[in-house]
Design a protein around this ligand. Sequence first.
Ligand code: PLP
Length: 372
Amino acid sequence: MISANDFQRQWSDTKEDVHRAVEMVGSGGWYILGREVSGFESELTSLWGRKHAIGVASGLDALEISLRALGCKPGDKVLTTPVSAFATTMAIVRLGAVPVFVDCDEHGLIDLDQCETLLQARSDIRFFVPVHLYGHSLDLNRLRSIRDRYGVRILEDCAQSILASFGSDKRLTGTVGEMAATSFYPTKNLGALGDGGAILTDDPELAHAARILRDYGQSGKYQHAEIGYNSRLDELQAAILRASQLPRLEGWTATRRQIAGAYTAGISHPEIRNSGAPAGSDSCWHLFPLFVQPEAKPAFLSHLRQKGVMAAEHYPQAILDQPAMKSAPMELASDCATARRLCRSEVSIPIHPYLTREEVSAVIDACNSWEH
Ligand SMILES: *Cc1c(COP(=O)(O)O)cnc(C)c1O
């Protein structure tokens, strides 16, 4: 089987570096919020070109803590996308805020035209959580002009978009919003060997607020300024990220881009739509989505699996249609028909840096040999 991720191969490649990291933390005897977390945070700020990074326990927490730091309160309206990992919306709902869903475009990314129309009409929407889905960058120039024109506080969800950039100046995602959140869930482009996440910002006050919130709301030892969270990135995960994963990230990303190029050149089936990267996006290809007719998706998935390709779906159901949302407050700015259709059409083929050339060819052949 050609799997969606291959952690066995990753382990054979990385294990010496990981063992070194474990030895260093274990023998050092300091396991929470020590030198590895602060060292990792400072390496992440250099990589990302933002002034502050705060390591937290997950991508979900990075989103929730950032929204809290930005001042999002129960009842506040938060513009966001119905096509993402559920965590994007869950962070909003957990705060007691109200997600306002705008439809997506044909790439599956939130439609910035519709966002702009809505913000023109609705001055009560003060927060915006756009997602750079699949590793594609949204149009960062548009995002910047929306930020400046409407004064919405933007938190970019960069869980899938580390190192993705936009435009000829290669501006990275996560550099337009006041804050950005990312995840080190193992399948992400920069994955830990467990959970982890980070918050990025240039604003020292927001960074300070996030640091307090991640550690029980402590402003000083045993001084609890707020009801915070237990949401710290572990020293162990930080050490592993620094010693093993971060030094490989650029190489891994280059390989993902090569594979995406091979897929784009090779997949030529008339019933399979490869949306490619949106104009201006130098994607980091967290996923490689293909779109087929909704009625044909089950047959396409089973054809791929029968050919030994572990295809997946991102995401089979729009967030607004999830059972958990029945009891959560939300608003629909439109019928989200495109989002719903794309969810019924999308199939992800494997794209990870340990795929061999032969496997990439086998995935292309499996797509092209679909009889439909
Ligand atoms: C993975 C992911 C998250 C959540 O990250 P966790 O670390 O799993 O909590 C949030 N948003 C997006 C877009 C993701 O892909």
